[in-house]
Design a protein around this ligand. Structure first.
Ligand code: ATR
Length: 287
């Protein structure tokens, strides 16, 4: 990579940012596609997000990714926001426009592309969604907007699942999301489901944790998708496989959210061949 007077900069704001794989995604793509662009992490301290976004714009940065804990907070610093990101209430990508940044949520389209690349469909499916936090809420919007037949949202705290379901159903004008308590899994219809694990349970170093430990539950799952990618195989995934289902981790979601951001910044379309080269590079750098 040669950095010269025409090099454009993109970056990631978050806290912490030390373990991010995003520089691998974007710098590999810039290299492959011959774009004069560099991507770097920026650690932003609490209460300095607005300053960071203003500073980035003043420094002519082409685009930014936003990660934990600023995905909602950053919305106040945008010039414009994409309608899906607005509904979700979280932004992970800023695209430079005249006078400020426009915010997008590429996490959800990223999940959609990751699932699609594995042949997993949402349209017409009955889906179990574990969790009702920020991540699960966004997944609920994705499933509803991509035509899921039903989404059973199972959460430890039922009120939270109820609030999120009401919100998503209202926004989508349907009754697609059904809130339930985790313990109520026994009353799910007797059929096979796609299950999406959207809680933080099972994340390293708590690799033995899982929201539902009962092996009976996993008999109902034909495909399990965990948003977590560290560890490589979560306990949830292990139990899905043990029950005879297919299981996937969240690394491809991370890959595609990055690819979609890159496409927005550079106005290009990234081929599947290049996507897989980036994916291999991510796996090499995976700790
Ligand atoms: P994120 O932004 O990653 O979604 P979050 O908004 O804090 O994080 O949401 C965490 C999710 O994990 C919630 O659904 C939470 O359940 P509650 O709504 O009942 O808090 C779920 N979660 C966290 N720890 C859990 C545990 N030990 N058992 C079951 N669910 C848990």
């Amino acid at each position: 990579m040669t950095i010269d007077g025409k090099t454009r900069t993109c970056g990631l704001i978050g806290n912490p940012v030390e373990h991010t794989l995003s520089p691998v995604i974007h710098n590999t793509l810039a290299d492959r596609l011959g774009h004069n662009m560099v991507y770097v992490p920026f650690l932003v301290e609490e209460d300095r997000v607005e300053e960071a976004v203003k500073g980035a714009f003043a420094l002519n940065l082409l685009g930014m990714n936003v990660t934990v804990p600023y995905k909602s907070e950053v919305i106040g610093s945008l010039k414009e926001i994409d309608s899906l990101a607005e509904k979700i209430g979280a932004v992970n990508t800023l695209v430079r426009t005249e006078g400020g940044y426009k915010g997008y949520n590429t996490d959800m389209e990223g999940l959609y592309r990751a699932m699609d690349s594995e042949g997993i469909r949402i349209r017409g499916e009955e889906i179990i969604l574990l969790g009702a936090g920020g991540a699960a809420r966004a997944v609920a919007y994705l499933c509803a907007s991509k035509g899921a037949a039903k989404v059973y949202m199972l959460n430890r705290t039922k009120e939270k699942a109820q609030t999120v379901s009401r919100e998503v159903n209202q926004a989508m004008g349907s009754e697609v999301i059904v809130p339930m308590m985790l313990e109520e899994y026994g009353s799910l219809p007797d059929r096979q489901f796609l299950a999406i694990q959207g809680t933080s349970v099972g994340l390293s170093p708590h690799v033995e944790d899982v929201v539902i430990a009962d092996r009976e539950f996993y008999q109902k799952i034909h495909t399990g998708f965990d948003l977590i990618y560290s560890p490589w195989e979560t306990k949830f995934m292990h139990l899905v496989k043990e029950g005879g289902g297919k299981a996937y981790n969240g690394l491809k979601m991370l890959l595609y959210q990055g690819i979609i951001a890159y496409e927005l910044w550079n106005d290009v379309s990234v081929s599947e061949e290049d996507a897989m080269i980036v994916y291999d590079r991510m796996k090499e750098n995976f700790i």
